[in-house]
Design a binder for this molecule. Structure first.
Ligand SMILES: O=P(O)(O)OC[C@H]1O[C@H](OP(=O)(O)OP(=O)(O)O)[C@H](O)[C@@H]1O
Length: 181
């Protein structure tokens, strides 16, 4: 099997290392943390595909640079982040469990109660770097609904595996999964 996968997205090319995550499955590792060139190229393309929304939300961690840039392009003054642990400075956080394709154990996602109150009644776009099993997306969506927000868009740079067949998400490029014996 190839050791890398050549990804072309938003006019940028990256050689993604193919990494095993289970006995019969490998993924092309896509890490946008630190990749200013890719994030700044992808964010405006995603921003122009979004319907009109009031707020943006992502999950810690890899969605953060992307949501920052999308909010900047859209001239939004802030964005929201569901964290993967509670913090003492949070006010009555909303908490949900989450498991992603790369998660080895269960994690939590939590939204500060103060953020939840601001999201209430708003049209929300969920932003992430990749949608794969969709479990992270669903966990964020559950928090948004709990907060009283209305999910109006689900957007990512890449749709991995079967996620590329979904008609309810916005994405720029597909990413294959690599199954083996
Ligand atoms: O559709 P899914 O199967 O849920 O996978 C997609 C999620 O997985 C990755 O995050 P990861 O869990 O690796 O966390 P990190 O951003 O904190 O590294 C990615 O950033 C998405 O949030």
């Amino acid at each position: 099997m190839d050791k890398t996968y050549t990804l072309e997205v938003a006019g940028v090319t990256r050689e993604l290392p193919i990494m095993p995550i289970a006995d019969n499955l490998s993924i092309a590792s896509f890490v946008i943390l630190g990749d200013t060139e890719l994030v700044t190229a992808a964010a405006p393309l995603l921003a122009e595909k979004l319907p009109e929304v009031d707020v943006l939300i992502t999950a810690e961690a890899k969605g953060i640079p992307l949501i920052f840039e999308v909010s900047r392009v859209l001239k939004m003054k802030k964005y929201y982040v569901a964290r993967k642990s509670t913090k003492p400075y949070m006010d009555a956080p909303l908490i949900n469990e989450v498991e992603s394709i790369t998660t080895q154990k269960k994690q939590i996602l939590c939204l500060d109660g103060a953020d939840a109150r601001e999201i209430s009644g708003k049209r929300v776009a969920i932003i992430d770097d990749v949608i794969s099993t969709g479990k992270s997306l669903q966990a964020i969506e559950d928090l948004v609904v709990k907060a009283g927000g209305h999910v109006a868009a689900r957007a990512a740079i890449l749709a991995e595996g079967d996620a590329a067949k979904r008609s309810d998400i916005i994405f720029l490029q597909e990413l294959p999964l690599f199954f083996h014996e």
